[in-house]
Design a protein around this ligand. Structure first.
Ligand code: NAD
Ligand code: GLY
Length: 373
């Protein structure tokens, strides 16, 4: 099993993408330390994008650190929530940039969870056809997944993350101290994305998560530091091999095909993204079993771990009359779908992930079984 003792108080993970390469800094006391921002592109103005929940907690600390590097440090405070991951919120960012006369050198800083990070990244990708940006993730989910790898975007009422761009940040600063203020439910949501890396890429990490779930939920700093570091290493390796999801990167969507249907079908924000992904992994594991890729013991093992993380394992009913039909219709809007054929990320017992289609009848059986308590 992997050892947590090798984790240093401050670690760095590199993501290797040629001229778009960058570092992920992981540790305590980073967000407010001016030296963390040394060497970023120079500019007259830095703009911090955050939301109304995070601003009172961490905005001043980041402003003070950036004051040492930029003559002007401004900010935009967005409404909080997945339901605001929209064009309207994006326009609030553009309004602030234009009102302040921000030019092409302006550096954007995303201070928050995945919602703020994805929207700020998309704003950076498109404002004046591209300005630099830095991710300062403050949720576990954002530190282990969304801040890394350059997927940016917003939701459309018909589908999750349907509008966006691949656009890499200049740096990612994961300050583990911010996880102390994270609500319990959000911590669990982040654990879903941590668990994901086990079945798709690292059987030893899956064992480690099983052995350390209680420590993770009690926010043990050493356990959290290891979980963030190992998750970022795995994600960096996958993204380094397939930045724009020509193939391999799709494995990072384990649980997401079902999960995105749950999020869109319930209405954004009702189920947290991580909750939908957690339940979606149970459904994807069941489908893998029905296709003969894993046995029922593996499904039970994964289900138990997801439940221990504090995540739902019973899927919601999305339509009283034709529940499976509603799931299938929503999943056909998934970005992996090709000509209306749904592609699922499935797992096998050797720790490999495969992306493939499945007969609607089998998927329907899985949906029906998963919606029963
Ligand atoms: P989120 O951004 O909505 O943050 C969760 C909640 O926690 C919010 O209410 C936020 O205000 C609050 N919060 C954030 N940091 C806090 C802190 N330190 N203390 C107290 N409260 C805090 O949700 P999330 O789970 O971080 O991100 C989910 C989003 O990420 C989804 O939109 C999803 O699609 C996206 N995502 C993107 C990628 C990617 O590769 N780009 C990967 C996974 C998920
Ligand atoms: N979270 C999926 C990806 O980054 O590809």
């Amino acid at each position: 099993m992997q050892e947590t003792t090798s984790v240093k108080p401050h670690s760095e993970v590199g993501i290797h993408l040629g001229e778009r390469s960058y570092q992920i800094a992981i540790g305590s006391d980073l967000l407010g330390s001016p030296h963390c921002y040394d060497g970023l592109p120079s500019a007259r103005t830095a703009i911090i994008v955050t939301n109304e929940t995070i601003a009172p907690l961490y905005l001043q600390s980041l402003v003070s650190a950036l004051d040492k590097h930029y003559p002007v440090v401004g900010h935009v405070v967005l409404p909080d929530g997945e339901v605001y991951k929209t064009w309207a919120s994006l326009n609030l960012i553009f309004d602030a940039l234009l009102e302040r006369g921000c030019d092409r050198r302006t550096v954007l800083f995303a201070l928050g969870g995945g919602v703020v990070g994805d929207m700020t990244g998309f704003a950076a990708a498109t404002y004046m056809r591209g300005v630099p940006f830095v991710q300062v993730p403050t949720t576990l989910l954002a530190q282990v997944d969304s801040s890394v790898g350059g997927k940016t975007g917003i939701n459309h009422p018909m589908g999750k993350n349907m509008i966006g761009a691949f656009y890499q940040p200049q740096r990612v600063i994961c300050d583990l101290d911010t996880l102390k203020t994270l609500p319990e439910r959000e911590l669990s949501a982040g654990l879903a994305e941590v668990i994901k890396y086990g079945p798709i890429a690292d059987a030893a990490f899956l064992e480690w998560i099983e052995a350390n779930m209680d420590l993770l939920r009690s926010r043990d700093p050493v356990a959290l530091a290891f979980a963030v570091k190992r998750s970022c290493e795995i994600k960096a390796q996958v993204v380094g091999a397939d930045e724009r999801e020509a193939g391999l990167r799709a494995v990072l969507n384990f649980g997401h095909t079902f999960g995105h249907a749950i999020e869109a079908g319930m209405g954004y924000g009702r189920w947290l993204h991580g909750e939908a992904v957690g339940c979606g992994m149970v459904m994807a594991a069941r489908l893998s079993q029905r296709l003969g890729l894993i046995d029922s013991a593996y499904v039970d093992r994964l289900t138990r771990l997801i439940e221990r993380a504090g995540l739902p394992i019973v899927a919601p009913v999305l339509d009283d009359k034709d529940n499976a039909g509603r799931y299938l219709a929503l999943m056909r809007v998934d970005k992996k779908a090709e000509a209306g054929e749904i592609k699922f990320v499935l797992i096998d017992s050797s720790g490999q992930a495969v992306v493939r289609s499945a007969p609607d009848g089998l998927v329907t059986e899985v949906i029906q079984a998963s919606c029963r308590p």
